[in-house]
Design a protein around this ligand. Structure first.
Ligand SMILES: *Cc1c(COP(=O)(O)O)cnc(C)c1O
Length: 437
């Protein structure tokens, strides 16, 4: 399948008519109408390429959140059992959809808390350092929240991040991590490491790591592996169960369009999830729901033998209702269909950027479409801040990462080929006088 994908070449063209033809032939096109797209002052759709930071609001969300508000008004506490979607087991309805998104068995996933909280909860169970094995190996650059979480876990166990926090970096002068280097670093440090804790798609470069290969290398070295899927979930195909990943966490507000700061997701491989003896920080919602309300009569914690066993609190229904609205759209298509369009869409953006000359822009994201998701990270070679300001002025929404990288993500669920074409026009025109002034 890999080779077949690589040989799939598209004949892109720079004219707008080409983009319009691609949109007309796009089987996912109807999804765009399911989203609220921000407008500029003239009432035109902005070019929204920030779905890797915050996905757009699906129109399916509002009625579902309103339904829960109505049930709260009408039934109050009784909505836990008598609501249209009873709150008591509210989290259970997400298993199938979430499992499809990350390539898991339904009993391996649960939506709860937020990403960084889940990262900590997972490290409580899966980072159990000893004097022989205390290191955590990560990819670099890493996202600040992940750095703080890993660093503080190491300190919490009385180790020194100076020795214990191992960062696998791109070679000097390069932007991406060579997969052979990744594996050899794991072989080098693995015997002293407890955990390999990496991102699935790097937030800065957009590099999609070979997660199966890294998982195998981690396991060969006797380490557990956890993956932060913040930039991977809903973006690239994942097979966490088959790859044998130990745990993973993700957020639902980036490619999964479920609202700012909403509840995150956690994957625990079945072989751990079934192990009720496994050490964890416990709360009542992780307890067997049948005797959860025995309260002080049965104070012993009996974890659910699935990923649910890591839940602490009762779920925030309003936030989770928004996720339901968004996951309903993912249920109407497939990660494969999204991936197919995504590779064309991002490939088209890459093609149009390449037309503008290497002296202006360099795409640092992998050129191999199999090794990236939607996002392209563009290194601006001339006056990057002014460039970003002109994008802003033209209502093209991406983001800027110091010192000179612009990240843009055409998202297959709602972006169009004409969006990409318009974005390239803005980039081209941003090269004018106001850039150098
Ligand atoms: C977005 C993102 C986060 C955000 O963490 P929250 O706990 O949801 O605020 C963390 N890590 C990575 C890699 C991210 O991309």
């Amino acid at each position: 399948m890999h080779a077949e994908h690589l040989s799939k070449t598209f004949d892109y063209s720079t004219d707008r008519a080409f983009a319009e033809r691609m949109d007309a032939a796009d089987v996912l096109r109807p999804f765009r109408a399911q989203f609220c797209i921000p407008q500029d002052d003239q009432g035109n759709d902005v070019i929204y390429f920030a779905g890797n930071s915050l996905g757009l609001l699906p129109k399916t969300v509002k009625p579902i959140v309103e339904r829960e508000l109505e049930d709260w008004a009408r039934l109050a506490v009784d909505a836990h059992f008598d609501g249209r979607e009873p709150w008591y087991g509210y989290h259970e309805q997400f298993r199938e959809s979430a499992a499809r998104i990350v390539g898991a068995q339904p009993n391996e996933v649960v939506l709860m808390n937020s990403l960084t909280v889940n990262l900590h909860l997972m490290m409580v169970s899966f980072y159990r350092p000893s004097s022989d094995r205390f290191k955590i190996i990560t990819d670099w650059p890493s996202f600040p929240s992940d750095i703080y979480a890993v660093d503080s876990q190491i300190r919490h166990h009385g180790f020194d991040p100076e020795q214990a926090f191992i960062k696998v970096r791109p070679r000097d002068g390069e932007h991406l991590i060579d997969m052979d280097d990744f594996v050899s670093q794991i072989e080098l440090h693995g015997p002293q490491a407890a955990l390999v804790m990496i991102s699935g798609v790097n937030y800065f470069t957009g590099q999609f790591y070979d997660l199966k290969r890294i998982t195998d290398a981690a396991h060969r070295a006797g380490c557990l592996i956890g993956i932060d899927l913040a930039h991977a979930a809903g973006n690239v195909p994942l097979a966490l169960h088959d790859w044998d990943v130990d745990f993973a966490v993700w957020c639902n507000y980036k490619y999964l369009n479920s609202g700012p700061g909403t509840v995150g997701g956690t994957f625990v491989h079945e072989r751990h999830a079934k192990n009720v003896e496994l050490n964890r920080f416990a709360g009542w919602w992780g307890n067997d729901p049948k005797n959860r309300f025995m309260m002080h009569l049965q104070p012993e914690f009996l974890p659910v033998p699935t990923a649910d066993g890591w839940q602490l609190s009762n779920p925030p229904i309003l936030a989770m209702a928004a996720i339901r609205g968004s996951y309903d759209l993912f249920d109407q298509t497939s990660i494969e269909a999204l991936r197919e369009k995504s590779q064309r869409l991002t490939g088209y953006l890459e093609f149009l950027i390449d037309q503008q000359g290497k002296d202006r822009f360099e795409v640092i994201t992998p050129r191999d479409a199999e090794r990236r998701g939607c996002q392209l990270s563009i290194l601006a070679k001339r006056d990057p801040k002014a460039l970003f300001a002109s994008l802003h002025k033209a209502h093209a929404v991406g983001d800027f990462r110091e010192p000179n990288v612009i990240r843009v993500a055409p998202v297959p669920m709602y972006n169009s080929f004409v969006d990409v074409w318009r974005f390239a026009q803005v980039l081209a025109n941003a090269g004018g006088g106001d850039l150098h002034g």
